[in-house]
Design a binder for this molecule. Structure first.
Ligand code: ZN
Length: 473
């Protein structure tokens, strides 16, 4: 397969170091708040990459950190501590905040069909490992102590700006947030490995270290967690494009200084989700979360589908109108699959199967071109192949796409059958009356009917996709 590599700025053949196996690392969330759907776009596209690698028969081991200490509001070691900020905001301890938002993150992932990585490591559980690697960097002369903190000395490297495509504004990352430059640094790009002296006297989480009581910097987490779990060589490191500098640049600096050789071969960066007013962030405009999508009646998987319709290396513009368009095309897709689920099984048409499978495989094999993969899915529906052939292909494709296509289509086919489905006619009759009541804006009656339906053991819910009826319990 071909994969774009941010290090070389071109598409390359992907060749894992060890035949048949892939080691993959993902920067995890900083658990001080909910993830916004822009963050989640990266996790969706990384999930597609992982699932596609598995689809081609590779054995993937994927590792992710949870940042529960050390991440400041600026990625360049300045500003406030994000975890502390979250704890103050909610009058809780840092560990309570970490637990709550870690659970919330995985809950969102589940709703978006994002597989949990094989290994997940909260940074606070790896303090000894960070200290060990920082000590080694000190011994090797790559790190120094100044003003109580331990810094990585970027001047010791032949090349620090490895991704090489940053403008001055990116390099001024500390300064641009209106924070004073750190006078302890020997070079502007140096970064903190271990804090002992900082402005956060109220820092809750601190540990003993050879340099005094303190806490680790953010960047060292990922290097240590990756090397400990995936060894000295890493095949693919992924993350959002805004992590490329300084976070990933710093990860490479310290990992390679520690190891004494090159570390990771392929860098996979997912681009931003923008709104019409610019890059999405937690502080600006509406805070878009999976829960908000649900409150507004959207199925989270429609958001996943929306993301798949554009390439991960292009920024994607989110608007409610764009999401509504995705709802329409997703529903059409399910509508086309639904009748296939009712047809009698037949022998697979292998020639058509192979042809259609190949076009899907080629789409994703060409730098994870998900929109072409969705086109390949539409081609299955247009083909002359029988229903069994189509359903088998769709089920296979959905192992990567993760849209619950067969499940949703089957539910739709059953619901369309109405009377012949498991839902009693009495319930269906009340559902129809309730629809009429809602249409007349007689919400009191609609509520009354909903209660009657509940008394019969069914729950009725309005969503953008229409009325949903589910058996309670
Ligand atoms: Zn990272």
């Amino acid at each position: 397969m071909q994969l774009y590599n941010s290090l070389s700025h071109k598409k390359e053949d992907f060749v894992p170091r060890e035949a048949g196996k892939v080691s993959m690392y993902t920067c995890g969330p900083t658990v001080y708040h909910y993830a916004h759907i822009g963050n989640l776009r990266s996790y969706i596209m990384e999930d597609i990459l992982e699932k596609y690698l598995r689809f081609t028969g590779l054995d993937v081991k994927r590792v992710m950190n949870i940042t529960d200490v050390g991440h400041l509001t600026s990625d360049g070691d300045t500003g406030d501590d994000k975890m502390l900020k979250g704890a103050k905001r909610e009058h809780k301890t840092v560990m309570e905040i970490a637990k709550f938002y870690t659970d919330a993150f995985f809950n969102d992932c589940k709703k978006l069909n994002i597989k949990t990585p094989d290994v997940v490591v909260p940074a606070t559980t790896y303090i000894d490992e960070f200290i060990r690697v920082i000590s080694s960097l000190m011994e090797k002369g790559y790190a120094y102590e100044a003003g109580g903190n331990i810094y990585f000395d970027t001047s010791k490297l032949d090349k620090y700006y490895v991704f090489g495509d940053f403008n001055e504004e990116d390099l001024e990352v500390g300064v641009r947030e209106g924070v004073e430059a750190d006078g302890n640094k020997r070079n502007k790009a140096d970064f903190v490995l271990w804090f002992t002296k900082s402005k956060f006297d109220d820092q809750e989480l601190k540990w003993e270290s050879p340099w005094g009581v303190g806490y680790p910097g953010w960047h060292i987490e990922c290097s240590c967690i990756s090397m400990k779990n995936l060894g000295e060589y890493l095949d693919i490191h992924c993350g959002g494009i805004d992590n490329a500098f300084p976070h990933h640049t710093n990860e490479i600096a310290q990992s390679e200084a520690y190891l004494g050789h090159e570390w990771c071969n392929y860098w996979f960066h997912v681009h931003h989700l923008n709104t019409n007013s610019g890059k999405m962030s937690k502080s600006k405009g509406e805070f878009l979360t999976v829960s908000l999508l649900e409150e507004k009646g959207y199925d989270p998987l429609v958001y996943r589908f929306f993301c798949l319709n554009s390439h991960y290396r292009k920024s994607l513009v989110f608007s409610w109108e764009n999401l509504d368009n995705a709802v329409v095309s997703f529903n059409k897709l399910i509508d086309k699959i639904a009748p296939l689920t009712k047809e009698a099984p037949a022998e697979i048409d292998t020639a058509e199967y192979d042809r259609l499978y190949k076009s899907f495989d080629e789409a994703l094999g060409n730098d994870i071109n998900t929109s072409l993969a969705v086109t390949a899915l539409h081609d299955v529906l247009k083909s002359k192949a029988n229903a069994s052939t189509k359903l088998n292909l769709i089920a296979e494709f959905d192992k990567v796409l993760g849209l619950d296509l067969i499940k949703k289509a089957t539910e739709k086919a059953n619901a369309a059958n109405g009377a012949s489905s498991d839902i009693p006619a009495e319930v269906m009759e009340l559902v129809e009356q309730r629809k009429a009541a809602r249409k007349d804006k007689n919400f009191a009656l609609a509520d009354e009917l909903r209660d009657k339906i509940a008394a019969l053991g069914y729950e009725v819910k309005e969503t953008r996709q229409g009325t949903e009826i589910n058996k309670i319990g």
